[in-house]
Unconditional design. Structure first.
Ligand code: NDP
Length: 300
């Protein structure tokens, strides 16, 4: 068996984006008014959020999705934010709505309330309670799948590994990454172990994994020699470390010690260029799907 093959999210994302673009163009031939539209709502101006939004806007443009960025000042309160979302919910030309998290507001805003205020059929982030509930009980078709987990699944599928019956370990149990990724693996018939900050003997648990997905936000925490030889390793972490050799002054690393892990994994995602571009692409896929659904009803 060959070890250390690079699972390039950038390359796969590029291919999926090209095919989404084709799909939009073809659909336009028969429905000339068809233009998928995504609303991106931001409160404040966090630098990392600005970067993520820029990447989303760029991908949307490439595919033929109109992405509109609603920049609300950091003085925005909860009522005002809910009002903005409610307008977008009611606007029939808007097919997808995302609220960029974390909110950068001077006021107390309940972020779960905000995520849940997006109407489920426009919740292209797949993060509201209705869509998360569907996923938890195995309905993977009628709602929207969350973007990072769906991107991870797509990466795993491309390796050709048999997911059914495999042992999968997910490290991290957040609402955005760990929990929905574990649900997806579970419904693809892997046997899933979920780890978190209270897990004992993490290295031993990880050593059993045929498929390892890590999303913890701890730079290089998962060591190379914990990994089962031949495992597929998906690293969701995006951590910036100071680096004086770079003009930016920092570099991005994942949650897995990439160089050492690479020697044991069959396939491994790099950071950057792994899960990140897949997340953006799955958001675009959900938006195109939302637009198709609103045009065709439930015939999609
Ligand atoms: P959270 O901080 O919300 O969750 C982190 C999870 O990891 C928690 O469940 C926590 O456990 C667990 N954890 C933390 N430290 C350890 C440890 N030492 N051992 C075991 N488990 C631990 O983070 P997110 O899920 O939002 O993000 C995780 C990472 O993924 C970050 O680096 C983030 O930047 C990145 N990310 C990347 C995206 C992409 O598009 N590629 C999208 C979203 C996030 P507990 O529950 O016990 O606290």
């Amino acid at each position: 068996e060959e070890y250390g093959k690079l699972l390039s999210g950038s390359d796969i994302a590029e291919k999926i984006q090209t095919s989404l673009c084709d799909q939009v163009q073809k659909f336009k031939l028969h429905h000339s008014c068809f233009t998928p539209q995504l609303a991106i709502v931001q409160v404040g101006a966090r630098k990392d959020s600005n970067t993520y939004i820029r990447m989303k806007m760029k991908a949307a443009e490439k595919i033929g999705i109109i992405a509109t960025h609603f920049c609300l000042p950091s003085t925005t309160n909860q009522t005002e934010l809910l009002k903005t979302i409610s307008h977008l919910n009611l606007n029939p030309s808007v097919h997808g709505i995302i609220v960029q998290m974390p909110l950068d507001s001077a006021n107390m805003i309940d972020s779960t309330l905000i995520t849940d205020s997006v109407i489920p059929n426009k919740d292209v982030d797949g993060l509201n309670t209705i869509n998360q509930g569907k996923l938890a009980v195995g309905d993977l078709a009628s709602g929207f799948l969350p973007c990072t987990p769906n991107g991870c699944m797509e990466l795993i599928r491309r390796t050709g590994i048999l997911i059914e019956g495999s042992k999968a370990v997910v490290v991290g149990r957040s609402k955005i990454v760990g929990t929905p990724t574990a649900e997806l693996l579970k419904w693809h018939n892997a046997t899933v172990t979920i780890c978190h900050s209270k897990t004992k003997n993490l290295p031993e648990v990880i050593a059993d994994a045929d498929i390892l997905v890590v999303g913890i936000g701890q730079p290089n925490m998962v060591k190379g020699d914990w990994i089962k030889p031949g495992a597929v390793v998906i690293d969701c972490g995006i951590n910036s470390l100071p680096d004086t050799k770079r003009s930016t002054g920092y570099r991005l690393v994942g949650d897995v010690d990439f160089e050492k892990a690479r020697k044991r994994a069959s396939w491994i995602t790099p950071v950057p260029g792994g899960v990140g571009p897949m997340t953006v692409t799955m958001l675009m896929k959900n938006t195109v799907f939302a637009a198709l659904k609103s045009t065709l009803g439930n015939k999609v």
